[in-house]
Design a protein around this ligand. Structure first.
Ligand SMILES: [Zn+2]
Length: 225
């Protein structure tokens, strides 16, 4: 299995950030991926984790373009995806690289959730950096994130994605108790995987890089899974 990661998409024709992919390229990339992989929902991760030609699509943070671009496109093909949501920024904005980007609203989140195509998972409430905050602060912040998702969507998220920074053992123990799988960057899912450190592949704007990334990791996946 391969898990792909995006952050933000844009209607502009060029992107000034490695975190932002243009709508045009995103659609090309999805077509490229869907020809080569069966794209499944994160809720089926356990069933497919050892399969070679299966992929999961994820978006980090919760930018408005995940609704206005990704969802509008992916729903046409019934392609499921996951948004790792930092709940503090909902109906506001968050700084990503050198851009301040608008965030999803709860109404958009409800609509996507009700479509059954989109799973909202945990990414801490305030997008805390594990380097700069204490374990206590981080655990409280994850709890707040779980509470918000549960009170709005009616379930406790089973999946978590780390914001930047290294995680220590106290946090690992907490995550182990509260989540089925935790995700990070970078790599393909190895044969012997750690449920708390599932690697993903970040996809970028430039198409030659994208094709190289997809082909290289597909090969790696075929050889090592
Ligand atoms: Zn993030």
């Amino acid at each position: 299995m391969i898990i792909y990661m995006y952050h933000s998409l844009t209607h502009e024709t060029t992107s000034n950030s490695s975190f932002v992919v243009t709508k045009q390229k995103f659609e090309k990339q999805i077509n490229y991926i869907k020809k080569r992989y069966k794209i499944v929902s994160i809720v089926d991760i356990e069933k497919y984790i050892h399969e070679k030609d299966v992929a999961i699509l994820t978006f980090d943070d919760g930018y408005l373009d995940n609704y206005s671009i990704a969802y509008q496109y992916l729903k046409q093909f019934n392609i499921p995806f996951t948004i790792f949501l930092s709940t503090k920024f909902i109906e506001n904005s968050m700084v990503l690289g050198c851009n301040e980007l608008p965030f999803l609203s709860w109404d958009m989140i409800y609509e996507m959730h009700n479509s059954n195509l989109v799973y909202f998972a945990s990414h801490t409430h305030s997008h805390l950096n594990c380097k700069e905050h204490s374990c206590k602060d981080i655990i409280e912040d994850i709890d707040k994130n779980i509470e918000q998702i549960e009170s709005h969507l009616g379930y406790k998220p089973k999946y978590f994605c780390y914001p930047k920074g290294k995680v220590n053992n106290t946090i690992f123990q907490y995550l182990h108790k509260n989540f089925d799988f935790c995700f990070k960057g970078n790599g393909v899912v190895p044969k012997e995987f750690d449920k708390l450190k599932i690697p993903r592949i970040e996809l970028h704007e430039k198409m030659p890089n994208f094709k190289l990334t997809v082909s290289y990791n597909r090969l790696k996946n075929r050889l090592f899974q």
